[in-house]
Design a protein around this ligand. Structure first.
Ligand SMILES: Cc1ncc(COP(=O)(O)O)c(C=O)c1O
Length: 375
């Protein structure tokens, strides 16, 4: 089976895991946790990094950190994974969804401004999807204009930079994910980044049951969570971080190769754009099929050939969970969902595997959808 984005453990991960194990620091404290955070700080150029058990946990801390409370409105990308939105619910907030712009698939700036004006939200959460970056400079200017803090959901976008500045470092807080299918993985994990030292201190405290420091007994003045990353998983993360640039380069090559093979034969296929000044990480190669082709049929066709592919995100405003929620939309996300597919993009994908996938996509599109059953 060729998977969509499997873990790629090709460096010192096991060695470090063993070292962590042998040191008996099997808890959410230890040298590897410190090193992992330091590597994230250095790579992203941010002052503070707090490693946590998942990207979702990180977003939860971020939202609480920027002051989202029960009943508060939060503007959030509509075309994203549910992990961007669940933390708003954890805080008792009301998510208001903002559709995508068809030219880059990220949040639509006009709709964002309209909603900022009308809704007076407590925070904005934007997702940098598929390893590409949203127009972050413009988003930040809008948030500043309306005095609303920005949280960057960079779960999918470690390794993405806009004009040399890392994703996740523009807003008040940014969050990366290290779950099993991301650019780098710790099996499960995440990290919250910010330049705000006080906020980072709060994140550390909340992530460890909000125990008060400087008191000899267990003293608690506020609610906390058990969100800290284990030293064992951080050891895997250190091994992975050593290879971040190679892995990004590999994913970018994969994207270019798919684009060349499929795009040359079927020019109507549209690949996800990259904004000027952005060096994305191309976490997943995503494309829109020509009008009239059915993503689900292509996905089933590839599955018969032992290849995993996926539809693009189904917009949050169309999910049963959010029936009745406010959505600022022009139907762009729905169109992306109707036509989009994500192809296998893991950094361990071989060129033979890639060519096989690409040729099958071409074959499917050339023969016309739905006819694979005639084989
Ligand atoms: C856009 C986005 N946000 C949030 C998350 C949540 O991250 P995690 O799975 O580490 O909780 C993910 C990935 O899973 C994601 O793709």
């Amino acid at each position: 089976m060729i998977f969509l984005s499997p873990p790629d453990m090709s460096g010192n991960e096991f060695k470090y895991l063993k070292e962590a194990f042998e040191s008996n620091y099997i808890a959410p404290v230890g040298e590897f946790l410190n090193r992992f955070e330091e590597m994230i700080r250095e790579y992203t150029g941010v002052k503070e990094a707090v490693a946590v058990s998942s990207g979702t946990a990180g977003l939860h801390l971020a939202l609480r950190g920027v002051g989202v409370e029960r009943g508060d409105k939060v503007l959030v990308s509509d075309f994203t994974f549910i992990g961007s939105v669940n933390p708003i619910l954890y805080q008792g907030g009301e998510p208001i969804f903002i559709d995508s712009d068809p030219t880059h698939w990220h949040i639509d700036l006009n709709l964002l401004e309209e909603a900022l004006k009308k809704e007076k939200p407590k925070a904005v959460v934007i997702a940098h999807i598929y390893g590409e970056m949203a127009p972050i400079g413009e988003i930040l200017s809008l948030c500043e204009k309306y005095g609303v803090p920005l949280v960057e959901d960079s779960a999918e976008a470690l390794g993405a930079f806009a004009n040399g500045k890392s994703s996740g470092t523009f807003g008040e807080v940014g969050v990366f994910s290290f779950n099993g299918n991301k650019i780098l993985t710790t099996s499960g994990g995440g990290v919250v980044v910010t330049d705000n030292r006080k906020l980072a201190q709060k994140f550390r405290k909340w992530a460890t049951q909000a125990r008060e420091e400087g008191v000899p007994w267990y003293c608690h003045r506020e609610m906390g969570y058990n969100y800290r990353l284990s030293n064992l998983l951080a050891a895997i993360g250190v091994g992975q971080m050593e290879q971040i640039e190679e892995k990004v380069a590999k994913r970018r090559q994969i994207f270019e190769r798919y684009k060349k093979i499929i795009g040359e034969k079927i020019p109507e296929v549209e690949f996800m754009p990259e904004l000027p000044g952005v060096r994305g990480s191309r976490w997943l190669t995503t494309l829109l099929l020509p009008q009239g082709s059915e993503p689900v049929e292509l996905i089933n066709f590839l599955k018969k050939h032992q290849i995993e592919s996926r539809p693009l995100w189904k917009p949050m405003g169309t999910q049963p969970l959010f029936r009745g929620a406010k959505v600022y939309t022009r139907g762009v996300g729905e169109e992306l969902f109707r036509r989009g597919v994500a192809l296998p993009s893991g950094s361990s994908l071989t060129s033979t595997q890639l060519e096989r996938v690409a040729n099958l996509v071409v074959e499917f599109l050339q023969r016309g959808q739905g006819r694979d059953g005639e084989e």
